[in-house]
Design a protein around this ligand. Structure first.
Ligand code: GDP
Ligand code: MG
Length: 792
C-alpha cells in the first residue's frame, strides 16, 4: 500500500514557477482542483515525475517544460500550482504501484446483421491518426458531426479479406474524462456506437504519456489493438522496445507501425480484424490491476450496475458527474451512489490522498512499471536532454528571432493566399462574366434571364470567388499544423492573446480575418477549446476584411485630403479594439472558459507530407462548397430579388433600385440611420452590402451616378458624392459623415458568406447573436462618433 503522505509532508517543497530555466525537479503535487488539476495529472504531472524547465516564451509567458519526454507549455499562473522538490529527493516509492493486470471475462458479441464492421481510431493529438486514416481509406471520407458539437471526426471505408470495414477518425484526446468537448465526443461516440474494435494509436517515442489513455481504453470492454506508431522515430532514437513483452504485460495486442509511409499498417488492420473475430466468443479482457481494495470495490459496484463497463464503474467511484448521470435511471441509483461514496472514503483514507490522484497515480504506476521492464532507453542520452525533433526550437522560439520569423511566415502565407489567390479568382470572375454574357445574348429578355444572369450566376460567382483562397490557405494551415509550428505560434503570442482572455492559437484565424472572414472562421477549427473557438469566431468579423477596403478608399479619397493613411489605419485599429473588448466581455460573461485549455503540448517538429496537406485542402474546399455554398447562393438571390422587384417599365437603373423593395427598405430605415448622419441612399447601400461588402460601393454607384460598375477609383462617383446635397442645400457628405459611414461599414452585419460560416462552425444561435450584436455595436459606435464629432 502506498502511504507517502507523511514523507511528503516532511519534504521541503517549492513552486515549479520559481524554478530557473535549465533545472530539473520532481513533482510533489498539483494544487487547485477540478478540470485543471485533472488535466495536469493526466499530462504526467504525477508525484515523482521529473520536470525540466526548458525556456520562457519570447514574451516571458508561458514557459516550456519537459515532462515524460514531451514538451508542455504552462503559463506562470499554472506553474505556480505545481509543488516540486529536488530531483533526487526520496519521498515516495513509485514501483509500489505496479500490480500488473487483472482479467475479466466479457461475453461474446453477435456480429451485426448488416455485417458492417466498425473500427474507431483513438489516440493523443499528433500521434498519427489522420495519417493512418488517409493511408487506409484513401481519404474517401465523410466529415461527421455529433450532437451540435463541432468537433472534427471523419468516417471512411476500406476492405480487408473481402470484408468492408468502416474506419472512424476521432478527435485527439489525452484522456476520456469528458472535460473537453473532444473527450466528451470520443466518450459519447464509444458509448453510443460501440465500435467492434478500438485501434489505439500511440506515439512509440512517448509511451509513458500515450499509454495513460490506453489504460482508460482497456476498461471499455471493447477489443483493443495498440498501434505503436512513429516506429521509425523510435528506432532512430536508439531506444529499444520489447514489443512482445510489452504486449504480454499490458495484455493487449501491440503492432509497430509507421503510418506516414505505410509500414506495418496491414499488420495493424489484420490484428484488429483478429481481435474482432475473437470477440464473437467469450473472451478474456485485460485491465490495469488497481490493487485489492479498489479491485474489490469495482467488483462489488460492478455487480450492482451490470450494464456498465469497468471504466464507468471506476468513474462512479471517482465521483465523476457524467458517469453518475448514467445510472440516474437505474432503480438502485441512490444505493449505488451511497455505496460508491463509502468506497471512495475508504480508499482515500487508506491511500491518504484524494481519489483523482490515487487513480491517476495507479494508472501511471502501471504504465511505468511495464515500461521499466520492456523499454531500454538509449544509454547515451542524459536525463533532461530533449529528444530529436526539437532542435528547430533554438531558432523558431528563440527570444529575439521568434517574433520576426512568425511575422515573416504569416506574411508569406497571407501573400500567397490573397495575392496568388487573386489570379484564379480573376479567372473565375471572368468565366462567370463570360457565361453571363453568353446566356444574356442567347436568352430572350425578361425576368427569367435577369434571374439567371444577375441572380443565380452572380450568386454562384459569389460562392466560387472564395474557393481559391480557401484552398490555398488550408494547404498552408495544414503544413503549419502537421509540422508542429502551429503550437509554437501559439506559444509565442499567447501572452498577447491572454490579455483578452484567449489562447495563443486564436492569433492565426484573426490574422486571416484581415483577408477574408470566411476562411478565418473555418480556420478556428485548430482551436481545441470550444468556448475559445466561439469567442474567436464572433470577433473575427471586426478584423476589417479586404472586401471593405474599396468603400474606405472611396470615402477617404473623396473627403480627406491630409493624413489619408492615418485615417485608414485608425479604422483598422478601431476594429481590433472592438474585437478585443468583445472578447474580454464574452470570456468574462457568457463564454467563461474552463482552465484546462492553457496546458498545451509542443510536439516535435515533423516533416509535413504533401499528401496530408492536399487531402486537408480538398476536404475544406468541399465542406465550403457543400455546407456554405447553398446558403450563400440562396441569400444572394434574395438580395438580388429585393433590388429587382417590383418592376416598372422604362426606369433608369437608378430609379429602379430607388423604387425596389430594397429602396423602400432603405427609405424605411432612414430615421434609424439619420442620427448617424446617413441618408436613405447610404441606408440602401448598407442593406445590399449585407450580401457582400464590396457591393456597398457599386450600390452607391448606381444610386448616385446610374452606373453599376462604379468602383473606388471612379472619379464621377467621387465627384457626385462630394457635391451631393440634401433638399435643404447642405452637403450630404462631409468628413464626419464619411468617417461615421466607414465605422458603420467596418462593424455592422458580417456578409452572408461569413454568417454561413459562423452558422456552420458555431450554430444558428450564435449566428443570430452575431447579426444583432455587430449591427448594434456599429450603430452605437457610429452614433457616438457622429454626435460627439458634431459637438466639437
Ligand atoms: P493526428 O493528430 O493524430 O491526426 O496526427 P497526424 O496524422 O496529423 O500526424 C501528426 C504528424 O506526425 C504529421 O506531421 C505526420 O506526418 C507525422 N507522422 C504520422 N505518422 C508518422 C510516423 O509513423 N512517423 C513519423 N516520423 N511521422 C509521422
Ligand atoms: Mg488528426
Amino acid at each position: 500500500m502506498i502511504n507517502n503522505q507523511d514523507k511528503i509532508n516532511n519534504t521541503h517543497t517549492r513552486l515549479l514557477d520559481d524554478e530557473p530555466v535549465g533545472t530539473t525537479v520532481q513533482v510533489v503535487r498539483v494544487m487547485g482542483d477540478g478540470a485543471f488539476r485533472q488535466r495536469l495529472l493526466e499530462m504526467g504531472f504525477v508525484r515523482g515525475a521529473q520536470v525540466t524547465v526548458l525556456k520562457n516564451a519570447p514574451l516571458r509567458d508561458p514557459v516550456e517544460y519537459m515532462i515524460m519526454g514531451s514538451h508542455i507549455s504552462l503559463r506562470h499562473s499554472e506553474a505556480s500550482q505545481v509543488e516540486v522538490t529536488d530531483k533526487d529527493a526520496e519521498f515516495c516509492d513509485m514501483e509500489d504501484a505496479f500490480n500488473g493486470i487483472v482479467e475479466t471475462t466479457v461475453a461474446g458479441v453477435e456480429p451485426l446483421a448488416d455485417n458492417v464492421l466498425r473500427i474507431a481510431l483513438i489516440g493523443n493529438p499528433n500521434c498519427g491518426k489522420t495519417s493512418l486514416f488517409n493511408n487506409v481509406t484513401g481519404a474517401k471520407e465523410k466529415v461527421g458531426n455529433y450532437g451540435g458539437v463541432t468537433v472534427d471526426s471523419k468516417e471512411g471505408w476500406f476492405t480487408i479479406g473481402g470484408r468492408k470495414v468502416q474506419l472512424v477518425d476521432l478527435p485527439g484526446t489525452y484522456s476520456l474524462t469528458e472535460y473537453s468537448p473532444e473527450e466528451m465526443y470520443v466518450r459519447t461516440y464509444i458509448r453510443d456506437n460501440r465500435p467492434d474494435a478500438i485501434l489505439n494509436i500511440v506515439d512509440a517515442g512517448n509511451l509513458e504519456r500515450n499509454l495513460y489513455l490506453t489504460t482508460q481504453v482497456m476498461d471499455m470492454n471493447i477489443p483493443v489493438v495498440i498501434a505503436l506508431n512513429m516506429w521509425d522515430e523510435l528506432e532512430k532514437s536508439g531506444d529499444h522496445l520489447d514489443v512482445e513483452m510489452m504486449s504480454r504485460l499490458l495484455g493487449a495486442r501491440m503492432v509497430p507501425m509507421t503510418a506516414f509511409n505505410g509500414h506495418g499498417v496491414k499488420d495493424v488492420l489484420q490484428a484488429a480484424m483478429d481481435a474482432i473475430d475473437e470477440s464473437e466468443q467469450e473472451t478474456l479482457h485485460h485491465n490495469v490491476n488497481y490493487g485489492t481494495l479498489i479491485e474489490n470495490s469495482l467488483k462489488e459496484l460492478g455487480g450492482m450496475c451490470p450494464t456498465l463497463d469497468r471504466y464507468t464503474v471506476l468513474k462512479i467511484i471517482e465521483n465523476d458527474q457524467h458517469a453518475i448521470d448514467l445510472i440516474s435511471g437505474q432503480a438502485n441509483a441512490e444505493e449505488v451512489k451511497k455505496t460508491a461514496a463509502e468506497m471512495r472514503k475508504r480508499i482515500e483514507r487508506d491511500y491518504n490522498d484524494d481519489i483523482v490522484s490515487i487513480v491517476t497515480d495507479l494508472k501511471y504506476g502501471f504504465v511505468r512499471g511495464a515500461l521499466a521492464e520492456a523499454l531500454t532507453p538509449n544509454p547515451d542520452r542524459a536525463t533532461g536532454e530533449t529528444k530529436p525533433g526539437y532542435s528547430l526550437d533554438r531558432l523558431l522560439t528563440n527570444r529575439w528571432l521568434a517574433l520576426p520569423i512568425l511575422l515573416a511566415l504569416m506574411w508569406l502565407m497571407f501573400e500567397a493566399t490573397f495575392t496568388l489567390g487573386a489570379y484564379p479568382q480573376e479567372w473565375i470572375e471572368m468565366g462567370i462574366g463570360k457565361l453571363g454574357e453568353w446566356i444574356g445574348s442567347t436568352m430572350p429578355d425578361g425576368i427569367l434571364k435577369d434571374l439567371i444572369v444577375d441572380g443565380i450566376i452572380g450568386g454562384v460567382g459569389g460562392v466560387l470567388v472564395f474557393l481559391p483562397q480557401i484552398l490555398i490557405l488550408f494547404f498552408f494551415i495544414s503544413l503549419l499544423e502537421d509540422s508542429g509550428y502551429m503550437a509554437r505560434a501559439a506559444f509565442i503570442v499567447d501572452r498577447i492573446m491572454h490579455r483578452v482572455g484567449l489562447h495563443g492559437k486564436s492569433f492565426i484565424p484573426y490574422l486571416i480575418g484581415f483577408g477574408c472572414g470566411v476562411p478565418a472562421i473555418m480556420a478556428t477549427r485548430t482551436l481545441e477549446n470550444r468556448r475559445d473557438r466561439i469567442v474567436t469566431i464572433l470577433t473575427i468579423p471586426f478584423m476589417s476584411c479586404s472586401a471593405r477596403l474599396p468603400a474606405y478608399l472611396l470615402l477617404v479619397a473623396a473627403f480627406f485630403t491630409a493624413k489619408q493613411g492615418l485615417i485608414l489605419m485608425s479604422i483598422y485599429l478601431i476594429g481590433i479594439l472592438i474585437a478585443a473588448l468583445t472578447a474580454i466581455i464574452l470570456s468574462k460573461t457568457i463564454l467563461k472558459h474552463d482552465k484546462t485549455q492553457f496546458v498545451m503540448e509542443l510536439p516535435p517538429y515533423r516533416k509535413p507530407t504533401a499528401r496530408n496537406a492536399t487531402i486537408h485542402m480538398w476536404s475544406k474546399g468541399k465542406q465550403y462548397l457543400q455546407k456554405m455554398g447553398t446558403i450563400i447562393l440562396a441569400a444572394s438571390i434574395i438580395v438580388w430579388a429585393l433590388g429587382y422587384f417590383p418592376r416598372h417599365e422604362g426606369q433608369t437603373p437608378q430609379e429602379q433600385i430607388e423604387n425596389s423593395f430594397m429602396g423602400m427598405m432603405g427609405k424605411a430605415i432612414e430615421p434609424v440611420v439619420e442620427p448617424l448622419g446617413f441618408n436613405w441612399q447610404m441606408g440602401v447601400s448598407v442593406l445590399t452590402g449585407a450580401a457582400a461588402k464590396e457591393i456597398v460601393v457599386s450600390t452607391m454607384g448606381v444610386l448616385y451616378t446610374g452606373e453599376s460598375d462604379a468602383d473606388e477609383e471612379s472619379t464621377s462617383l467621387k465627384e457626385k458624392l462630394q457635391t451631393a446635397t440634401k433638399p435643404n442645400g447642405e452637403h450630404v457628405f462631409n468628413p464626419i459623415v464619411a468617417y461615421s459611414f466607414m465605422l458603420f461599414i467596418l462593424l455592422y452585419f458580417p456578409c452572408i458568406a461569413a454568417l454561413a460560416a459562423i452558422r456552420r462552425e458555431a450554430g444558428t444561435k450564435w449566428m443570430l447573436f452575431e447579426i444583432v450584436y455587430t449591427t448594434a455595436v456599429a450603430w452605437i459606435v457610429s452614433f457616438i462618433f457622429y454626435q460627439v464629432a458634431n459637438l466639437l
